[in-house]
Design a protein around this ligand. Sequence first.
Ligand SMILES: Nc1ncnc2c1ncn2[C@@H]1O[C@H](COP(=O)(O)OP(=O)(O)OP(=O)(O)O)[C@@H](O)[C@H]1O
Ligand SMILES: [Mg+2]
Length: 161
Amino acid sequence: MDTTRIQLQTLSDTEKFGRLLGRLAMPGDVICLNGDLGAGKTALTQAIARGLDVPDNCYVTSPSFALLHEYPGRLPLYHMDFYRLQDVSEVLDLGFDEYFYQQGLTVIEWAGRAIEVLPEERLNINIVPNADLTRTVTVQGSSRYAALLRHISREFNENNA
Ligand SMILES: Nc1ncnc2c1ncn2[C@@H]1O[C@H](COP(=O)(O)OP(=O)(O)OP(=O)(O)O)[C@@H](O)[C@H]1O
Ligand SMILES: [Mg+2]
């Protein structure tokens, strides 16, 4: 498992990071987002959507109640939010695990609430808000995601280190 840590100084850095992730996403990728309430998981997902060419008129919101929203883009975006999950078994009952293996990009907020059912191969992103608008982001992944990690750290550690 490779790990990189980056500093996002402002919301616009988060947007740049998300658009990069959206542009580099490949069919069947799974991005797991963790971090407290208000950390920026939905903000990051909105930027990922832009990078995936989800049309601007598709407003990406947290699927807290529905647990899943799907948006059209270069690849379909399956946006999940497990905050309100009562039990991990719900993910399986609702058939969400099937999305992980389809041709779209799955992005899951509060993914840690269902860690047992997540695919082994996934990109883990943990967002920690600091006192101001900056965010410390830890990104972890193996195999397919290793190249992505190198790209991210090239792009962000040069300017922000
Ligand atoms: N650098 C930054 N990155 C991300 N969000 C930022 C940043 N600076 C400020 N913000 C603001 O922080 C808020 C993040 O809210 P967001 O809904 O994305 O959090 P969340 O992690 O999805 O929370 P929840 O757990 O409730 O779903 C937004 O209002 C956003 O504008
Ligand atoms: Mg959210």
